[in-house]
Each structure stands twice: as structure tokens, then as C-alpha cells.
Ligand binder design. Structure first.
Ligand SMILES: Nc1ncnc2c1ncn2[C@@H]1O[C@H](COP(=O)(O)OP(=O)(O)O)[C@@H](O)[C@H]1O
Ligand SMILES: [Mg+2]
Length: 388
């Protein structure tokens, strides 16, 4: 018989970053026993898990032994040893989302082929084994500038992506098998998180829009609701629902989209887990993405994804120039602003641009939330007594 939420259910989470930490915070509300596997004892989730197990998520034995200790196994990162997950599954262990789905998503090449096969709009692409093959493709006229090179495996937060505008940029190419995509003229980047349980119930969160810092070309703020047209928002939501259904997936699926210069809504990439673009859901949506993930993987009814208040989310990033034990500035002043909710992940060491926490700002109007978020952005600084 399947065990639902009981005080004896053991949930295993592979990797103990901030997503794992926030998942545990929700799991503890239902008295679920949580196990975390991570190499770093000081990882954000390690200290609040019921049980921390030291081990590498890419190592077969670590993942396999960890999986045997728990009733339900999930993950907060994509980069996990698939062979260990498959073996656990073959032995009857419950792993959600399914290892086959993770295997597909781990590889950006397989992901793109999946969109093509299923008629999901995505930028045109070719697959290349090496940098030499890319150069040959250019010489033969199969690959045109500008293009975007993405390593098929292991990339995250922009690492593993190179924008190649011209011949001069070829020196920026990354070594390894990669996807070569046409460079999209991006007007906006948006994301939709979908959830599905075993019964096949699906719920999607409202569209989130990323605002970029015009100077650094970094995502600066995430806003919800987004300002895109209703038809575009419906398209994105429908694609997210369609993809999670096609994958026959249980759990959360975050879908990143581009709105291109023709107004088209095209899929960029997907992630089968809680996502940075869903942090605001903790305060601004009736059911947070973390609670929804638990509901989805435990085959419970999915919760409402209704927005309570407009919100803006900013990541708290390590300031440039500091590398060492962290010191925060401006937290108290930020907390004095109405509607400001601060999350610190508990990372002991700051590095330039490392995600150290986030802030969600809630207000009855998005314009007001944006103003407050800008103020918080100026106030909070993540430094160290050690300069790099
Ligand atoms: N085909 C493309 N055309 C233009 N910009 C792109 C394209 N693909 C990715 N990018 C830019 O690079 C960023 C990172 O790419 P993405 O595939 O999302 O990798 P990551 O896994 O690091 O998030 C995107 O958010 C977008 O700004
Ligand atoms: Mg991305």
C-alpha cells in the first residue's frame, strides 16, 4: 500500500542547495522526515534536514546507497548519477520525477530533439560533437553567425552557454558536445512552472517575467504577474501543460520561454524541479512551488496556484570583488519596508554573483513592488572582510 503523508515517510533529496532547503521547510509542515545527500556539510539544506548524508550526487555508490534509505527519492538539481537512479528504480524504489525524464532533460541536445519531434516551438538547432565540427559547419554554410553554443550537459546559470556573434567570438567557444542554436532576438524572457501528479492532474503557475539589468545583462528582477499579452501568456501556459503531459511526468516542471521579435512564444529549456523563477510563490501564491512539488510527487491533490498579491523577486548575489566569509549589509533597513520578505540560504562563503539569498517584495500594485525592490537592491550588499 502506498504511504501518503505520515510522520514516518522518509523523503530523500539529492543535493542540499537552497532549493532543497526550501523544500525541507515545506516538508517539515507535514512532519515528513527529510534526508539530504550533499558533499558539503555546510550546504544550505544540510542543517535543517532530519538526516544529512555526505556524498557526491554524481557518484554511483553515494546516490545508490542514499536512495535505499528513503521511501521517496527526489532531486533539486539535474546533475545526478542517472545509472544509480535507474538501478534503484529497477529494484522497486520510488523516484520522482522519473529517471528517464531526468536523463532527457540533463542533455540539452535530447531536449531540443524532444521539442522538434513533438512540434513544440523552439529555436532551430544542430548538434555538434566538438569545436572543430562547429568550425566545419560554418565553413560548409550549415551554421551561420550569430549563434548560441550550449554544452549538452552540465551547464547552469549561464555557465555552459556562449553567444558567438562573429568570427572573433569563436575563441569563446566551449569544449565538448554541444547544441548550436540560432540566436533569437529576445524581447522578453518568461517562465511557467507546471505541476502534475500521478492521477494526471495539472496546475500551472502564473507567468513570471524576467527583467534584465541593461548594463550587466543579468537577470535583475522577476515579476509576477508579467506584462505580456494575454494570448502570449495563454500560449506559454498551454505549452507548459502540454510538455509536462507529453513527459507523463510527476512533479514540477519549470519551462523557460523567449518572446521573440515577431511576438512568438518559443521554448528555451526545461527543468524538472523547483526553480529560481518560482521563489516568489512562497509568499505570493496560495500554494508555494515547494509545497506543490511535495503534493505532486506524493500523488496528493494539487494546490491552488492563484496569485495573492503582485510580487517582485530579486536574488541576493555576492558582490563583485569579495570572496570569503560572508557579511551582509542593509538587511535591517530592508525589513523596515512594508512587504519585504528576506530569505538567506545560509552559505558561509560569498563569491562574486553567488546566489546567497533572495527577497520577495509584495504590494497591492506591481509598480509599487518594483520601486521597493529597487530600494532593497541598493540597500543589501553581500561582502566579506576578504577581498578577491
Ligand atoms: N538561442 C538563444 N538566442 C539568444 N539568447 C539565448 C539563446 N539561448 C540562450 N540564450 C540566453 O542565454 C541564457 C542562458 O541560456 P539557457 O539555455 O537558459 O542556459 P542555463 O541552463 O545556463 O540557464 C538565456 O536565459 C538567454 O538569455
Ligand atoms: Mg536557463
Amino acid at each position: 500500500m502506498e504511504r501518503l503523508v505520515t510522520s514516518s515517510l522518509k523523503l530523500g533529496i539529492i543535493a542540499g542547495g537552497q532549493l532543497g532547503k526550501m523544500l525541507i521547510q515545506e516538508a517539515s509542515k507535514w512532519d515528513i522526515i527529510t534526508y539530504v545527500l550533499d558533499n558539503d556539510e555546510d550546504c544550505p539544506a544540510g542543517k535543517i534536514a532530519s538526516c544529512f548524508i555526505k556524498g557526491n550526487h554524481l557518484d554511483f555508490d553515494s546516490v545508490y546507497q542514499f536512495g535505499k534509505k528513503v521511501d521517496v527519492l527526489t532531486f533539486e538539481i539535474e546533475n545526478v548519477n542517472i545509472e544509480a537512479l535507474k538501478k534503484l528504480k529497477s529494484e522497486g524504489h520510488r523516484i520522482v520525477p522519473d529517471p528517464e525524464i531526468l536523463e532527457l532533460i540533463q542533455d540539452k541536445g535530447l531536449q531540443k530533439e524532444f521539442y522538434k519531434t513533438n512540434g513544440i516551438p523552439t529555436s532551430p538547432f544542430t548538434l555538434c560533437e566538438s569545436e572543430t565540427a562547429i568550425v566545419q559547419g560554418i565553413e560548409k554554410g550549415d551554421i551561420h553567425f550569430p549563434f548560441v553554443q550550449k554544452l549538452r550537459k552540465g551547464g547552469y546559470d549561464g555557465r555552459g552557454v556562449a553567444v558567438i556573434n562573429n568570427r572573433d567570438d569563436l575563441k569563446k567557444m566551449l569544449p565538448g558536445p554541444s547544441v548550436i542554436e540560432e540566436k533569437v532576438e529576445i524581447i522578453k524572457e518568461i517562465a511557467v512552472i507546471a505541476a502534475r501528479n500521478r492521477k494526471g492532474e495539472i496546475k500551472c503557475y502564473p507567468v513570471v517575467e524576467m527583467l534584465f539589468d541593461p548594463n550587466a545583462n543579468l537577470v535583475n528582477k522577476l515579476i509576477c504577474p508579467s506584462s505580456i499579452a494575454v494570448e502570449q501568456s495563454e500560449k506559454a501556459t498551454n505549452f507548459a501543460g502540454e510538455i509536462i503531459e507529453l513527459l507523463n511526468m510527476e512533479g514540477l516542471l519549470a519551462v523557460e520561454f523567449f518572446i521573440d521579435s515577431k511576438g512568438g512564444v518559443i521554448v528555451n529549456e526545461i527543468a524538472p524541479r523547483p526553480h529560481n523563477s518560482g521563489h516568489h510563490t512562497i509568499e505570493s501564491i496560495i500554494t508555494s512551488q515547494f509545497e506543490q512539488h511535495l503534493r505532486a510527487i506524493l500523488n496528493l491533490p494539487l494546490g491552488s496556484t492563484k496569485l495573492k498579491l503582485p510580487s517582485v523577486m530579486i536574488n541576493i548575489l555576492g558582490a563583485d570583488g569579495y570572496n570569503g566569509p560572508v557579511i551582509y549589509e542593509g538587511l535591517t533597513e530592508s525589513m523596515s519596508i512594508d512587504g519585504v520578505k528576506i530569505h538567506l540560504y545560509g552559505k558561509k562563503i560569498t563569491k562574486p554573483y553567488r546566489k546567497m539569498g533572495h527577497v520577495t517584495v509584495l504590494s497591492s500594485s506591481l509598480a509599487c513592488a518594483l520601486k521597493k525592490a529597487e530600494k532593497v537592491k541598493q540597500l543589501i550588499k553581500v561582502k566579506s572582510w576578504k577581498e578577491s
